[in-house]
Design a protein around this ligand. Structure first.
Ligand code: CA
Length: 242
């Protein structure tokens, strides 16, 4: 009975965590915290090095994260459409996925010995969700509770946003639908280091990822200019030889 009450109150805490807006962090990355400095490789996708990278190749997950998260909170369908739009001449972008370990796809509370739901969810490459890996491993952030306890953890929250833009201390949609209730989908709280499912009508933020390493795709015009440049170079060389 006590366990049930505790579980209910934790579920409530997880939901509150999903809805509470702590801040819209956009600070510089924290050196030495997490692996982001070596595992998130800057990718310039717009051919302009002055404005910085547009994405980061995640060497651990083998996906490329769009540098800028969504500017606003959206319901799940809108967030999915936002993530899946073509960018830099490239299709195939998507919302991050959640790895669900239970047979029926339901919640398996991590603070009761499970892996997929609540605070401190699995963040491993093989069996964790992509956002959990980003939050815990790459950026070295901490969940609200000390793993296996109900005690607040010093320094919990989104203390490191790496070099991302619009990475907010708020919930972010996963592209994975919650199988037992198709009207809901998984989310990850970048404020509390927790994940669960919530009604698709709720407004959450979104991140976009692309499978593999996305490198700059030159526009046809750029190719043409490159060819003209090379042809000119060859001609001038020939003239010099002659
Ligand atoms: Ca750029």
């Amino acid at each position: 009975m006590r366990n049930l009450i505790m579980k209910k109150s934790l579920q409530m805490a997880a939901l509150l965590g999903a809805l509470t807006l702590a801040s819209a962090a956009n600070a510089n990355g924290v050196p030495g915290q997490g692996s982001w400095e070596t595992t998130l490789l800057a990718r310039d996708l717009d051919g302009n090095l002055v404005n910085g990278p547009e994405a980061f190749y995640d060497t651990a997950l083998n996906v490329t994260w769009l540098r800028a998260g969504s500017a606003s909170a959206m319901n799940w369908s809108t967030a999915k459409a936002w993530a899946e739009q073509d960018r830099f001449g490239l299709s195939g972008w998507r919302l991050p996925t959640t790895h669900v370990t239970t047979a029926d796809g339901s919640c398996d509370y991590s603070y009761f010995g499970g892996t997929g739901c609540g605070f401190n969810p699995d963040s491993s490459v093989a069996t964790g969700s992509e956002m959990a890996h980003l939050f815990f491993q790459s950026l070295g952030n901490k969940s609200r509770y000390i793993p296996g306890t109900l005690d607040d953890q010093a320094g919990w929250g989104l203390s490191n946003t790496g070099d991302f833009k619009n990475l907010r201390s708020y919930s972010s949609w996963s592209g994975t639908v919650y199988a037992p209730q198709s009207g809901t989908a998984w989310f990850f709280s970048l404020g509390y280091g927790s994940q669960a499912n919530f009604s698709k009508d709720q407004s959450f933020y979104a991140l976009a990822v692309h499978p593999g390493d996305v490198v700059a795709v030159p526009e046809p015009q750029t190719w043409a200019l490159t060819l003209i440049g090379l042809t000119g170079l060859l001609l001038s060389r020939r003239r010099r030889v002659a």
